[in-house]
Each structure stands twice: as structure tokens, then as C-alpha cells.
Design a protein around this ligand. Structure first.
Ligand SMILES: [Mg+2]
Length: 261
């Protein structure tokens, strides 16, 4: 396995999650199906709790807005097994959540509700955040060499902290000096990486960004960062041209940090 030297002036590593630290399938095959499968159970259990009431309120507001804009159809509860008003209300919320998910909506109402369902699942041990085996030992070694390590993912900072706080290797949040999500900007825009460098407090040239997506790699490079593209099983195949443009690794083990032998 060929080693790749991280530039000697690197002071911080910035890591993507999906396809880089974590299999892409984790989100697609574990997190989203969990919502679909446990939705009714979760709503019935937490229906009377303030947080759940607020989530439902926000979802209803979103639905009203969608109806005004003709983006959604009125909800029809066709389920004949539903008897009480509460059951009916729960089924209405379910129908709306499932519809939003099928349409791949990214509304605040949906994301907040999903976040609360996942938090309950993680803290009860029903879901554990997945990471490739080379991730934790490599990051520990980078930190021993004085490098700072940050996360930048489209998933919210809250979701990132759940994944690493309740991971297959336990709580590993101490691996990271900070977290960024799309509140700082989109991952395909150079400006986002400039802002991250500013927040970290060093020039972009001192940061090495690891990602599986070439458009993100390009944006980070445009901002002046050093970039390494990570190739993991199940990632989107890179084109011949993309493979030629970037330094590629299949494991964090391959990265040789400044000052190490
Ligand atoms: Mg990714």
C-alpha cells in the first residue's frame, strides 16, 4: 500500500464523513430505514412529550405552507384500523413524514424531527455510528503528531456528534477539534472552505481535506487547501480524468503525517 505524504506545512486535517470515515450505506441502509420502520412506534411513545409536540407543530406548519404552495396534497387517512383521534393524528404525521422523505425534502421540520428520532435511537443503543477500521487509529496518530482534526459534512453538527458520540468504537468525539456543516456553506463551493480556514484560524494552505467527492475536492482546492480523495468500497466510481487529478488513498493508514517516520 503506497504511502502519501501530507505536506509539511499541514496543521489541520478536515474530514468528510460519508464515503470517507463512514460507509455511504450507513445513511442509506441504516439511518433512513430506521425512521421509516420506527415512525409509528416513536410517535406513539413520545406523543405527549413537549419536544415531540413541538416537532409535530413544526411539521404541521410546513404542511400548511406546502399546501399553500401546491407542493403537497391534503392528507387522507385511509387506514381503517385507526380509531381514536390520537391514532388518526399520528397517522397524519406519519403520512407527511414519509411523503417528505420519499420526495427527499430537506425542510427544517423534517430534519429536526429525524434528528430527535435518531438521538433517541443512538442513546438507547439501537443504532451505532459506523466507521472504517483505519479511522480511529489514524486520527489518534495524527493528533499525537500535533495535528488538529475537524469534520465537515452535509449532515448537521448534531447528527455528526451522534454518529461519533455513539459509534461502534464508543464515544470518540475527543478525536475532533470542531465540526462544520452546511451552515458554513455548501460543500461544492470554494467560499465554504475559505470560511472554514478562517474559523480554524490558519491559512487554507495549511489544511488537508479528505473527501470521496471530486466536486468537493475541486472546491477545497480552489480555496487553496491540499486535497486527498478517499476511495472506499461502495463509493461513487471516479472517472479516469478524476483519478488523474487527485492524490488517492483507500485507507487513512496511507497518509504519512509531517514529522512521522
Ligand atoms: Mg462524502
Amino acid at each position: 500500500m503506497a504511502t502519501v505524504a501530507i505536506p509539511a506545512n499541514t496543521t489541520a486535517l478536515l474530514l468528510d464523513i460519508e464515503g470517507t470515515t463512514t460507509p455511504i450505506t450507513f445513511v442509506k441502509d441504516i439511518l433512513f430505514p430506521y425512521i421509516r420502520d420506527q415512525l409509528e412506534d416513536y410517535l406513539s411513545t413520545h406523543w405527549e412529550e413537549d419536544e415531540c409536540k413541538q416537532d409535530v407543530h413544526l411539521l404541521k406548519k410546513q404542511l400548511e405552507e406546502d399546501l399553500r404552495q401546491n407542493r403537497a396534497c391534503p392528507v387522507h387517512v385511509l387506514d381503517q384500523t385507526v380509531h381514536t383521534d390520537e391514532e388518526k393524528a399520528i397517522h397524519e404525521v406519519m403520512e407527511n413524514v414519509l411523503w417528505q422523505m420519499a420526495a427527499d425534502r430537506k425542510t427544517t421540520a423534517l430534519k429536526q424531527f429525524q434528528g430527535h428520532m435518531w438521538r433517541a435511537a443512538y442513546s438507547a443503543g439501537r443504532i451505532k455510528g459506523e466507521m472504517y477500521q483505519d479511522v480511529v487509529p489514524s486520527i489518534r496518530s495524527w493528533r499525537r503528531h500535533g495535528l488538529k482534526v475537524y469534520i465537515y459534512s452535509s449532515g448537521s453538527v448534531e447528527a455528526q456528534k451522534l454518529l461519533f458520540g455513539y459509534s461502534v468504537e464508543g464515544d470518540v468525539l475527543d478525536l475532533f477539534d470542531g465540526h462544520f456543516d452546511t451552515n458554513i456553506g455548501l460543500k461544492v463551493e470554494g467560499k465554504s472552505y475559505e470560511r472554514i480556514a478562517e474559523r480554524i484560524g490558519c491559512p487554507p494552505e495549511e489544511i488537508t481535506f479528505l473527501t470521496d467527492v471530486s466536486r468537493e475536492a475541486k472546491a477545497a482546492e480552489d480555496a487553496g487547501m491540499n486535497v486527498v480523495v478517499v476511495v472506499r468500497p461502495g463509493n461513487l466510481e471516479l472517472s479516469e480524468e478524476e483519478r488523474g487529478l487527485y492524490t488517492l488513498v483507500t485507507s487513512f493508514n496511507q497518509l504519512q503525517v509531517p514529522g512521522s517516520v
